[in-house]
Every structure is written in C-alpha cells, then in structure tokens.
Write a protein that binds this ligand. Structure first.
Ligand code: HEC
Ligand code: HEC
Length: 335
C-alpha cells in the first residue's frame, strides 16, 4: 500500500526513484529520497530471503540450520560480546538489510570475488579472512577461528546470500557504500558537521557519540569512543563513513542528508578518538606512514583540534592489540 502511494508521490515530484530505496524509507512519505541508481552496466543481485530459505526443499535441513546459525551470528553479534566482539557493533550495524542490500554494504560479493588480492593486507584473502577482517577492525574484536563451527556458519550465510551470482564477476552494482567517491571535498567543515550531528544523529547516537543502551543492551551503537569501531576499520576512512551515512542514516530517513552534510558529519565523527588500530607499531605517525594507502583517507596520526589522533595504547575493552588471526601470508620467497 504505502509503496504504491510513495511511488506515485515521487513520480509526481519528478524524482527518479530507484527500486532499491523503496524498501528503506518506511512509511514516512515526506522524506526526500535521492539514493543513486544501480549501475546499469553491472551485475545486479537480489539476495534471497529467509522465507525463501525456509520454503526451499532442495536445501538440506542441516545446511539450513548452519545458514540460520550464521545469520544469527551476523544479526545478533552482541551475544558474543567479550569473545568475538568488544564494542557495540553487530555485523548488521553497518551491513544493513541483513547483509543483502544493495548500497547497504552487501556482504555476499566477498563470497563470489574471493580468493583475491587485497591491498589492505597485501596478500590473497579467503572469504574467512575477509570476515575475520571485519571482526578485527569494525567490531574491535577477535574473530572465530578459521574452520570453526561459527566461522563455517558465517561463511555459509555469506555464500547463501550470493545464491545465483556469477563467480569472479567483479562488476557488481550497488557494492559497498562508496557512491560519493573517495575524494574528500576541500570545503568540508568540522563545525558544520557538529551541527548536522546534533540535529540529526545525537538523538540516537548520543551527544558524545556514546550510543544508547537499554537494560544493559545496545540499542544504538556508539559512533566514537571505546565502544565504537577502531582506527583500522574501513569506516574510519572519511569517504566510507560519508557514503555509509549518506546511504543509510539517519535511520529511517536514508538519503535525506545532502552530500555536503554527509561529508561534514563524517569528518566530525571520524575526528574523534576510538580504539587503537590493531596494526599499531607503537608510534602513530609511523603507523600512519606504513599504512598510508589506507590512512590517507582517515585522520589517524594527524592533529585535529589540538589532539594527535590515535596517539595512545587504548584498545577499548579488547584485551589484546592485535588478534593472532591477522597474520601475514605470502607465497613469495621474500619474507
Ligand atoms: C563499523 C562498520 C562495520 C561493521 C560493524 C562490520 N563491517 Fe563489514 N564492512 C564494513 C566496510 C566499511 C566494508 C567495506 C565496504 C566497501 O568496500 O566500501 C565492509 C566489508 C565487508 C565485507 C566485504 C564485502 C565485499 O563487497 O566484498 C564482508 C564479507 C564483511 N564486511 C563482513 C562483515 C561481517 C561478517 C561483520 C561482522 C562480524 C562485519 N562485516 C561488520 C564495515 C563494517
Ligand atoms: C533513529 C535512530 C538513529 C538516527 C537518528 C541515526 N542513527 Fe546511525 N544508526 C542507528 C542504528 C540502529 C544503527 C545500526 C544499524 C541498524 O541497526 O540498522 C546505526 C548505525 C550507524 C553507524 C554505523 C555503526 C556505528 O555505530 O558506527 C554510523 C556511522 C551512524 N549510524 C551514523 C549516523 C549519523 C551520522 C547520523 C545522523 C546523520 C545517524 N547515524 C542517525 C540509529 C540511528
């Protein structure tokens, strides 16, 4: 019902409404939505739904159990707080639409494009390793072991989401969140970002970025501080945060910020402290240089508002700096 009336409204307003945005906007037809189209020249994926999984008799009941277990880990990762996760995040905090939504950071492409070379750690990564990466950085956590039951369940969930997608097809529509491009506009402004934040975000994420809890459970995740993603997380890069925010936030009104507002608020959030990058060498400027390919997009190791960001040993609640799973891997003779 709502979908049809909203579509009519948008058409009347002369706006282009990509189908993907409709599922996102809920019932508030007053919200202007301006999400980008899916690139027409790329593979467009529709991830299967849980209802389809339940109805599909060709899936062995044991596999179905494993996929559902993976989905449960993905959606309710906080149940592993203190073992796999040491901040407020669940996988679904950033990967919206259960990890299957185009432009919401869909996770299934990892199942069809890996193993592949990944610049972040300079070697060929498996799907398990990619999943471990988001545990280590985005969740400020310690990944389940490779080959463990929990890892198998997560892999099965990712692969099931990829059902029907071509293998090693890299031209994927709506992948990631990176629609705004990687170049930070020159006129970004921290103070404007602060205003955007207080007006649109603080109601859920807290005046000090601390998020919200109810009866000890995370309701809205922290966007900076000890309970947020660490300095090595993909979203600590300004452009990734800007695109994520532009696509997905404020919750329930995605696409309602202008691009400028999204950049400004991303700059504001990512100018605040958070747990140390697990790749920390003991010297933040040195670490920034060593991983400049990544950190040239973040403010880590730079001075902002009189503070040298990332110049500390704080790993938040996580008891180690670098989980063992982040080991180097090489097939060459030179290591
Ligand atoms: C704080 C935000 C955040 C959280 C929480 C998070 N991720 Fe991610 N994830 C990202 C970002 C950012 C990317 C990179 C997307 C891009 O390329 O722009 C990413 C990428 C991925 C990819 C690769 C997708 C592709 O296109 O190849 C996978 C797989 C993935 N995440 C799985 C997970 C899993 C599993 C969890 C939970 C253990 C998780 N993520 C938690 C932010 C997050
Ligand atoms: C109505 C509550 C609400 C509002 C308003 C809101 N968010 Fe969120 N935000 C959430 C929730 C809930 C999540 C986790 C995703 C999910 O569960 O769908 C989230 C996730 C995030 C994340 C990734 C996870 C993390 O904690 O870092 C960022 C970054 C973020 N929001 C930034 C913003 C910004 C910037 C604004 C304002 C422009 C905003 N949010 C407004 C509720 C909200």
């Amino acid at each position: 019902m709502h979908k049809i009336s909203m579509m009519t409204l948008f058409v009347a307003a002369g706006l282009t409404v990509p189908a993907v945005s409709l599922a996102l906007i809920g019932n508030d037809a007053r919200v202007p939505i301006n999400l980008p189209e899916l690139q027409a020249d790329r593979y467009v994926h529709t991830a299967p739904t849980v209802d389809e999984l339940m109805a599909d008799e060709s899936v062995h009941p044991e596999l179905r159990k494993v996929i559902l277990k993976g989905r449960d880990i993905f959606m309710n990762t906080q149940q592993y707080r203190g073992t796999y996760v040491f901040n407020d995040m669940t996988c679904a905090s950033c990967h919206t639409g259960e990890g299957g939504m185009n432009w919401g950071g869909p996770v299934w492409p990892a199942a069809t494009t890996l193993p592949n070379y990944r610049p972040k750690n300079d070697h060929v990564n498996s799907l398990e390793e990619r999943i471990a990466g988001c545990f280590s950085y985005s969740m400020n956590g310690i990944s389940p072991e490779y080959g463990s039951d929990d890892m198998l369940a997560l892999v099965a969930y990712h692969q099931w989401l990829a059902t029907g997608a071509p293998v090693y097809e890299h031209r994927i529509a709506g992948r990631g969140f990176n629609n705004l491009g990687t170049q930070i506009p020159e006129d970004v402004d921290y103070h404007r970002g602060e205003q955007v934040y207080q007006d649109n975000c603080a109601v859920c994420h807290g005046t000090n970025g601390e998020g919200k809890r109810q009866n000890g459970e995370v309701v809205f995740p922290a966007v900076w501080g000890d309970n947020s993603y660490n300095w090595g997380a993909g979203i600590a890069r300004i452009f990734t945060a800007a695109s994520f925010i532009h696509m997905n936030m404020p919750l329930g009104k995605p696409g309602s910020l202008t691009e400028q507002e999204a950049w400004d608020v991303a700059v504001y959030i990512n100018s605040h402290e958070r747990p140390q990058d697990p790749r920390y060498t003991g010297d933040v400027r040195e670490t920034r240089e060593k991983y400049l390919g990544f950190h040239r997009h973040s403010y880590y190791g730079l001075e902002k508002n009189g503070v040298l960001l990332g110049d500390h040993e704080n790993t938040g609640e996580k008891p180690v700096l670098k989980p063992d799973i982040l080991r180097a891997r090489t097939f060459g003779a030179d290591e």
